[in-house]
Design a protein around this ligand. Structure first.
Ligand SMILES: Nc1nc2c(c(=O)[nH]1)N[C@H]1C(S)=C(S)[C@@H](COP(=O)(O)OP(=O)(O)OC[C@H]3O[C@@H](n4cnc5c(=O)[nH]c(N)nc54)[C@H](O)[C@@H]3O)O[C@H]1N2
Ligand SMILES: Nc1nc2c(c(=O)[nH]1)N[C@H]1C(S)=C(S)[C@@H](COP(=O)(O)OP(=O)(O)OC[C@H]3O[C@@H](n4cnc5c(=O)[nH]c(N)nc54)[C@H](O)[C@@H]3O)O[C@H]1N2
Ligand code: SF4
Ligand SMILES: [Mo]
Length: 681
């Protein structure tokens, strides 16, 4: 195996560690032991040398002066950000002695790990950490902030995270980007669509509440009212059945419930659906005909519409569409919501749930962090945050910050930066960047698994997640051999997965030789649904208290505020990552709120005004972008901006912490706000 660390100069393969479906292959250019340039790896079969602007500027993040260099303890008030340097020994001793006290006084469930996929590496995000917290018996975290509702909805229809191979979409003749801003969030799917457009004359349709960057390059942008997409999909089914565009033999052989569905969608005629969705009836018919008559037709199911009260049902419904027209059998047809089932590793061997003795250990939904910190009984007394920045990214963030301020809460944050969350910590630990570690990466969009080997030495005194949890295990006196495994051993254990037939022969050794390997993915003949077929009618859903057929359920109207507020991601940040990098901030300029001219005129707001966006939870001050890129009654903002004092850019101040219909998912986009001119700055 080559030792990348030993060579001070050269070009080394790597993989992007960010929470992004593309999971690009990278080439790191190293000079005198330092990375001087980050490029795309031209040999990577899917990403082919192209990477986004965010990561092209990654060296600035890796060597940022603001990076945490050593452990620190807090000396100022919580949230103020005043810390002094301590040693690793002192940090581990302080943490483990406090935790040992808590084990005696309050029991292990008083300790809560809080993490997400700031680094998508499987060892970093769900390796030694899970072993450690299982052994500790800490409260379990339900990691539901991203795609939980949609994942459950998709599973009811399809049995698991099985989509088509994105490389096949080069053959598609119709692309529907449904609630996905792919130009910013899945750029290689756009590249494939553009190629198909050139080669096959493919058409690109975008269905979104906002004419975003992706909509701007579409052949047809269909604006829709937030949270009404299920009704649109049912309207399409109505027309497909009414005009005999369904594929009867596919329905007969591979689905259950198509007769019930046919009857059920009679009520969703284009006029009714138009009144719900804001999409003109003739456009509903036109879209249904395009979808019914074009093959291969591909749907990229986005994450946006499942961040609503009815998000699970949205995904459950859209994923029925390719079955109606038999598109799953056509190369390049079908859909992708996610593809993680093909690359599933052996999570039990990696995470060791057997180390958790109390199988009744409480589970806390991460979307309810604020509530959990403020109201749970017995209370959470210690929090360990890593790979996420909840003081910015969590819904109803005011509550989260109030909880983090609790004097009796002992908080540790492990990160590369003194994030907004870290400012509330008692102890801050410096994290390595992903290119300083060994890890393996599995995309949730393409079918490749990739290896990261350390290319540079650890930055100052920083440590990887795996290293930190090894130290904590030692500090707690845990003697289990599980804490001795090396990174290579962890990878081999995770990749020994008899339940996944697609990844045979992929292991640490083969990855060191090839850098990326493709799972032998094949759309399953028999799906892991109760019937083994695509479930248009789901008895399981009925048992779980849902309508068994896809059904439109309106959003919760939580207040009379005029605007439905969509606080979506932006182009140059990745969630809150890069919101502290001046280059990235410079490219975004400042946070805006996009509203329709019709609303702006009524409110006396002109394009470019600073406006007050508010509801009962709090307020933000954003720059008005007035035009026709959203429908009246809709307000869109983009980006999770840093919470610099006084800027009022923290959009999650305004988002609800209600839980979605399925999977304990987040409802970031289902809140309402009012907008007023002339804010009191
Ligand atoms: N540049 C960049 N890339 C990213 C991220 C980032 O922050 N920045 N985040 C990463 C992460 S963690 C994720 S989960 C993915 C998310 O990436 P996407 O799957 O693209 O999901 P979102 O960006 O959340 O939302 C996509 C679109 O949904 C729209 N939308 C909101 N509500 C509705 C609705 O009711 N109906 C319809 N049709 N559209 C609606 C929004 O306007 C937005 O344009 O991106 C990843 N990649
Ligand atoms: N309003 C609104 N809010 C949202 C969303 C939205 O669309 N709108 N999107 C939601 C979604 S889909 C998601 S996925 C969440 C994501 O939210 P987060 O998971 O919090 O993502 P980031 O803000 O990128 O924060 C990741 C943090 O991990 C740190 N990190 C990176 N690598 C490592 C490592 O190896 N070790 C350690 N210890 N730390 C590391 C980074 O420095 C960074 O501070 O945000 C959610 N919040
Ligand atoms: S953020 Fe996404 S598009 Fe950008 S380099 Fe990473 S994987 Fe590729
Ligand atoms: Mo996400």
């Amino acid at each position: 195996m080559p030792d990348f660390l030993e060579s001070p100069n050269g070009t080394f393969p790597s993989v992007c560690s960010l929470d992004c479906p593309d999971q690009c292959g990278l080439l790191l250019h190293k000079e005198n032991g330092k990375i001087i340039k980050v490029e795309g790896d031209p040999d990577h079969p899917v990403t082919k040398g192209y990477i986004c602007n965010k990561v092209r500027h990654m060296t600035e993040r890796i060597y940022d002066e603001k990076r945490l260099k050593y452990p620190m303890k807090r000396i100022g008030a919580k949230g103020e950000g005043e810390f002094v340097r301590i040693s690793w020994d002192e940090a581990i001793e302080t943490i483990t002695s406090r935790w040992k006290e808590l084990l005696n006084s309050d029991g292990p469930e008083s300790i809560l790990p809080y993490s997400f996929y700031g680094n998508m590496g499987n060892l970093s995000a769900e390796g030694m950490d899970r072993r450690f917290f299982n052994r500790l018996g800490a409260s379990q975290l339900d990691r539901s902030i991203c795609n939980a509702a949609g994942a459950v909805g998709y599973k009811y229809t399809m049995g698991g995270s099985y989509g088509i191979d994105p490389e096949d979409t080069i053959h598609s003749k119709l692309f529907i980007f449904w609630g996905v801003n792919a130009v910013s969030t899945n750029m290689h799917q756009v590249t494939l669509a553009q190629q198909a457009r050139k080669q096959n004359g493919a058409k690109i349709i975008v269905i979104d509440v906002h004419q975003n960057k992706t909509a701007r390059l579409a052949d047809w942008f269909i604006p829709i009212l937030p949270g009404t997409d299920t009704a649109l999909a049912l309207g399409l089914m109505h027309v497909l059945f009414a005009e005999n565009m369904e594929d009867s033999s596919f329905l007969e052989q591979f689905t259950i419930g198509h007769e019930q569905l046919r009857e059920h969608v009679v009520q969703y005629d284009p006029v009714t659906v138009s009144a719900i969705t804001g999409v003109p009836a003739e456009d509903i018919v036109k879209l249904a005909r395009m979808y019914g008559e074009t093959s291969p037709a591909f749907i990229r199911i986005g994450n946006g519409p499942q961040h609503h009260d009815n998000g699970g049902m949205f995904v459950r419904t859209i994923s029925c569409l390719p079955a109606l027209t038999g598109q799953w059998l056509v190369k390049g047809g079908g859909a992708i919501k996610g593809n993680s089932a093909y690359l599933a590793h052996n999570a039990d061997r990696l995470q060791r749930p057997d180390l958790l003795k109390n199988k009744e250990t409480r589970v806390i939904n991460m979307n309810l962090l604020g509530e959990a910190l403020l109201t749970l009984d017995p209370p959470v007394k210690a929090l360990f945050v890593y790979g996420t920045n909840p003081a910015v990214v969590a819904p109803a963030v005011n509550k989260v910050q109030k909880g983090l301020k609790r004097e009796d809460l002992f908080t540790v944050v492990h990160d590369l930066f003194l994030t907004e969350t870290a400012k509330y910590a008692d102890i801050v630990l410096p994290a390595t960047s992903s290119i300083e570690n060994t890890d393996f990466y599995t995309s949730y969009w393409h079918h490749y698994i990739q290896l990261q080997q350390p290319v540079i030495e650890h930055f100052e005194e920083s440590k990887s997640n795996v290293e930190v949890f090894r130290l904590l295990a030692r500090g707690m006196g845990f003697t289990d051999t599980a804490f001795n495994d090396t990174e290579a051993e962890l990878i081999d254990q995770a990749l020994t997965n008899p339940l996944n037939p697609y990844m045979e022969e992929i292991n640490y050794e083969s990855l060191t030789k090839h850098q990326y390997l493709k799972a032998k993915a094949k759309f399953p003949d028999k799906l892991p649904t109760p019937s083994g077929k695509i479930e248009l009618y789901s008895e399981k859903m009925q048992q779980d208290g849902y309508p068994p057929l896809p059904t439109y359920i309106p959003l919760v109207k939580d207040s009379e505020h005029h605007f439905q507020f969509i606080a979506a991601p932006n182009h140059n940040f990745l969630n809150s990552t890069f919101a502290n990098q001046s280059k990235h901030v410079g490219l975004e300029k400042e946070p805006e709120v996009v509203i329709n001219l019709f609303d702006a005129e009524k409110l006396g707001i002109t394009h470019g005004d600073q406006v007050r966006v508010w509801n009962e939870q709090g307020e933000c001050v954003l720059k008005a972008n007035v035009g026709d890129t959203v429908l009246p009654g809709v307000a869109v903002t983009q980006g999770l901006w840093a919470d610099d004092k006084g800027t009022k850019h923290l959009v999650n101040t305004l988002t609800p912490d209600r839980i979605a219909d399925m999977g304990g998912g987040a409802t970031f986009f289902s809140g309402r706000v009012s907008i007023s001119a002339a804010p009191s700055l």
